[in-house]
Write a protein that binds this ligand. Structure first.
Ligand SMILES: [Zn+2]
Ligand SMILES: [Zn+2]
Length: 354
């Protein structure tokens, strides 16, 4: 697995060198220390090759080792760590292949050890049931970062431009960083709470959101499983107050980083309890109950950040030290495995109310 993972990352990096305009995020290009990345790429490819050879020698099944060696050889044939930085850099449509590689490295380095040491379910494997499907969601959400950013911002900018006021925006953006950050957190979670609740209670919307709830294993990767319509509607609506009030970029970017990490963390297979703090910020136990396949957990804990919203609106369920016994859909037709089938499933389901 190490060989395959490193071989794939190495090959992706080589592709990024060949097609920087098409495969890298413009905002990140200027930040890359290219000589350092080349040295790192060299190490990654050597490590992938060695791990592949060891795997082929020691394991009965050769497929993983051979795949790792194959990926490394293709990366080497395409230039390896000496790959030229091709093509002039231009703006326009791009795919975030570099964004995917960076996210994969950062999140797996943070969450895989965390889930090993503090596992809620110690026997749960990293490559558990459905990991391929969830990795495709993780891959595509990074790759299509330009598309999802557009889908987030366009509805507010086209439908609510008439309501924006330069005077209000000047006042809000002059507030201290912390005040703006907390204001964004509260506003987005109030909107997100009601959008999320609607996705559960309106049968047509539930068709899309039940894809997220079809994961019957909870870990850091499971949170990625979100239908594109779910992502577009939720993000598009939560961006409306941010757009109207015109927050400054630093607190807004801090919020985007915070929500990305917290949304991943609350799905993670970790047993942290957090004591009284669990009533202040959403924790893994709080969101695991949202995914619980038990009657008392159905339609509970809609907030992403603030459990107080669920207490206020009567949907909070956070019993002492208890965690759900199992996760997934309580009823309805089963969701098929695989990204494409899950993308099409909401448009096909004929079961009433699902
Ligand atoms: Zn939900
Ligand atoms: Zn979730």
């Amino acid at each position: 697995m190490v060989s395959v993972a490193l071989g794939a990352i190495g090959l992706a990096a080589v592709f990024c060198f060949h097609f920087p305009s098409l495969l890298t995020v413009p905002e990140l290009r200027a930040l890359y220390p290219v000589p350092f990345i080349r040295a790192l790429l060299h190490l990654v490819l050597v490590w992938s090759f060695v791990a592949g050879v060891i795997s082929v020698c020691l394991r009965h099944r050769k497929i993983l080792g051979m795949t790792g060696i194959g990926l490394t050889l293709v990366a080497a044939l395409l230039g390896g760590s000496r790959v030229p930085l091709d093509g002039e850099l231009r703006s326009g449509p791009f795919l975030g292949l570099d964004w995917f590689v960076l996210n994969l490295i950062a999140y797996s380095a943070l969450f895989i050890p965390l889930e090993r040491i503090f596992a809620r379910r110690p026997g749960q494997d990293v490559l558990r049931k459905g990991w391929r499907t969830d990795l495709v969601y993780f891959f595509l959400s990074a790759l299509l970062v330009q598309v999802t950013t557009l889908l987030t911002m366009m509805p507010a900018m086209t439908l609510f431009a008439w309501a924006s006021s330069a005077r209000i925006q000047a006042v809000v953006s002059s507030w201290p960083f912390v005040v703006q950050f907390v204001a964004i957190l509260v506003l987005t979670d109030v909107v997100q709470y009601w959008v999320h609740r609607a996705f559960h209670r309106v049968p047509f919307l539930w068709r899309f959101h039940r894809i997220h709830h079809s994961a019957d294993v909870m870990d850091w990767l499971a949170g990625s499983r979100l239908h594109l319509v779910d992502v577009a509607v939720t993000r598009g609506l939560t961006y409306v107050p941010i757009y109207l009030l015109g927050f400054a970029e630093p607190p807004l970017f801090a919020y985007v980083a915070f929500v990305s990490i917290q949304a991943t963390f609350i799905h993670a297979n970790v047993r942290f309890h957090f004591g009284p703090l669990r009533w202040v910020l959403a924790t893994p136990q709080f969101h695991h109950w949202h995914h619980g396949a038990e009657r008392e957990a159905v339609d509970k804990n809609f907030a992403v950040h603030l459990p107080v919203l669920d207490r206020l609106f009567g949907t909070c369920y956070l019993p002492g030290d208890r965690w759900p016994a199992s996760y997934g859909l309580v009823d309805g037709t089963p969701v098929p495995p695989g990204y494409v089938r899950q993308l099409l499933a909401p448009f096909k389901s004929r079961t009433p109310g699902v």
